[in-house]
Design a protein around this ligand. Structure first.
Ligand code: F6P
Length: 505
């Protein structure tokens, strides 16, 4: 029996995302905005946030048009927006509207840092000991979700739109939209894992969260497993009919479709970048700025400094490798590209401190006159520099303790345009489902075997590396960001057609 939750992956066809929905405007809603306006003395700079979500969806919005509703996080956002908080973007060739939602510091503290990142983030990554379910976080999460729903209504009549919520910041907003506009079409993509019921139950607001999400018509997750967990949570909590086989829920007189859409990257862009002269120049400049080896081998890790990424576990495995396989001393250099994230949260400060301490300790232990074992890069790197780093790395280490998908694994594969390297991949990341057979699998908490797997990667014959990498490259290319968008939009259009037919019957 095919136990996948609904079939969503169809072969590529020419369906483009331009003019995504007949007669309906697309309203995309995310917490992060795609362009941030920052004041720099007399000037205003436009900054593009580093996150995968915004960079993946901006080109789609540029081609479909519509409105993107997001938190105004830049200190000059209000100066460049009109009286409705709107500004046309992309700045170089404006093609869609960015509507900014202005939040107070108290809201940012309680809705973003609080409920989103101290409750839902650890909950969905099954790390319930880190949850801080304070009442004021929940109050502000509710209030802010309501504010976003109002911002959508200010912008459009939801009955004539497709409202596409992104991620865990908006579990309640679909319900608030539907309360005011019962015939709205809402859909949501949840970019992080959905945990099993026994974990999800740790959250005191579990039933309200599920009720909010079931105000959507379509709900997407990266993996079938997350869909199954979600359906299980609904069946145990709400008075709903759950059809697990077809990923359908009947609730409150409506049908909600739940399906898996594994997120991809712009593989063609990454591939081209890795072959560009810009990448060559960036590589030269990285070599001038950092103690990178002339000859030896390079392993790379690229992460937001988040406790879910397993960076400390990875460093422990590397330390074990240099201890037990001394032939890799002076031969293997590990480059850790790190970006600060959510630094107002203590656990994130702790990760920053621990990672730096561990790196210092490893370097003190093994460093020689000609070799620094771990090179830490926390400067901003343009995409072409990142492409060069991925291209030159013999091994990429992805060791998350839990990760919805992990696009770094896919970026590494798409950037392997020279001598193929090896992907070492934690079995606990979403991407393992697509790439696990050709990557080398590790369990991040099994330090000795993790170290032995790095050793195996470094010893792998070129022909085996090449076969494995070729399979992964095909996988990443055919399941790229365009395929993801096509699949989501096709599914949404199918539901819309069925709804229209039912309304006219
Ligand atoms: O993985 C979930 C996610 O929301 C990504 O989509 C995004 O790139 C990342 O977290 C960054 O989070 P934040 O917006 O909190 O910096």
């Amino acid at each position: 029996m095919d136990n996948s939750v609904g079939a969503t992956s169809e072969s590529n066809d020419s369906t483009s995302t331009a003019g995504a929905f007949e007669n309906r405007e697309l309203i995309l809603v995310s917490n992060r905005e795609p362009y941030v306006h920052e004041r720099d003395d007399e000037e205003i700079r436009v900054v593009k946030p580093e996150g995968g979500l915004t960079s993946a969806l901006d080109p789609m919005m540029a081609s479909t048009g519509g409105t993107w509703v997001a938190w105004a996080s830049g200190d000059a956002d209000d100066e460049v927006s009109d009286e409705n908080g709107c500004v046309r973007v992309p700045p170089d060739s404006p093609s869609y509207e960015l509507k900014r939602v202005f939040l107070t510091d108290e809201q940012v503290t309680n809705y973003y840092y609080g409920y989103s990142n101290k409750v839902l983030w650890p909950l969905c990554h099954s790390d319930t000991a880190k949850m801080e379910p304070k009442a004021q976080f929940w109050r502000h999460y509710r209030e802010t979700n309501r504010q976003f729903a109002e911002a959508i209504r200010e912008q459009t009549n939801p009955s004539n739109a497709v409202i596409w919520f992104q991620d865990y910041h908006f579990a309640l907003a679909p319900r608030y939209v539907r309360e005011a506009s019962p015939d709205a079409f809402c859909m949501q993509f949840w970019h992080i894992p959905w945990p099993s019921w026994d974990v999800f139950q740790s959250c005191p607001q579990y039933d309200e969260l599920l009720d909010g999400l079931l105000a959507n018509d379509l709900l997407g997750f990266h993996l079938d497993q997350y869909c199954r967990n979600f359906l299980d949570c609904v069946s145990r909590t709400l008075d709903a009919e759950v059809d697990r086989e077809n990923g359908r829920i009947r609730y409150d007189g409506r049908t909600i479709r739940v399906a898996a859409f594994p997120l991809g990257i712009d593989a063609a862009e990454r591939n081209a970048l890795a072959q560009s002269t810009e990448a060559d120049e960036q590589w030269e400049s990285l070599r001038e700025s950092y103690p990178l080896p002339e000859d030896g081998r390079i392993a790379v890790g690229v992460d937001r400094l988040d406790y879910t990424k397993g960076i400390e576990q990875r460093l422990a495995a590397l330390e074990h490798l240099w201890e037990w396989y001394p032939e890799h001393r002076e031969q293997l250099t590990y480059v850790q590209k790190a970006s600060e994230s959510r630094s107002r949260i203590e656990e994130y400060q702790q990760v920053q401190t621990n990672v730096k301490k561990k790196i210092e300790q490893i370097n003190d232990r093994f460093e020689t006159e000609n070799w620094q074992p771990v090179v830490y890069v926390d400067d901003y790197l343009p995409l072409s520099a990142l492409a060069a780093l991925y291209r030159e790395a013999d091994v990429c280490l992805v060791s998350s303790l839990r990760d919805g998908m992990n696009l770094v694994a896919k970026e590494y594969v798409a950037s392997q345009v020279d001598e193929p390297g090896v992907l070492v991949l934690s079995e606990l990341v979403g991407a393992h489902e697509e790439l696990g057979e050709s990557a080398l699998t590790v369990h991040p908490n099994d330090t000795e075997s993790f170290a032995a797997t790095i050793q195996q990667a470094l010893a792998m014959e070129p022909s085996e590396r090449s076969t494995r990498m070729e399979t992964m490259r095909q996988q990443v290319e055919s399941n790229d960001i365009d395929a993801w968008k096509r699949n989501v939009l096709r599914q949404a259009n199918k539901i819309l057609e069925q709804k229209d037919e039912a309304a006219t019957a």
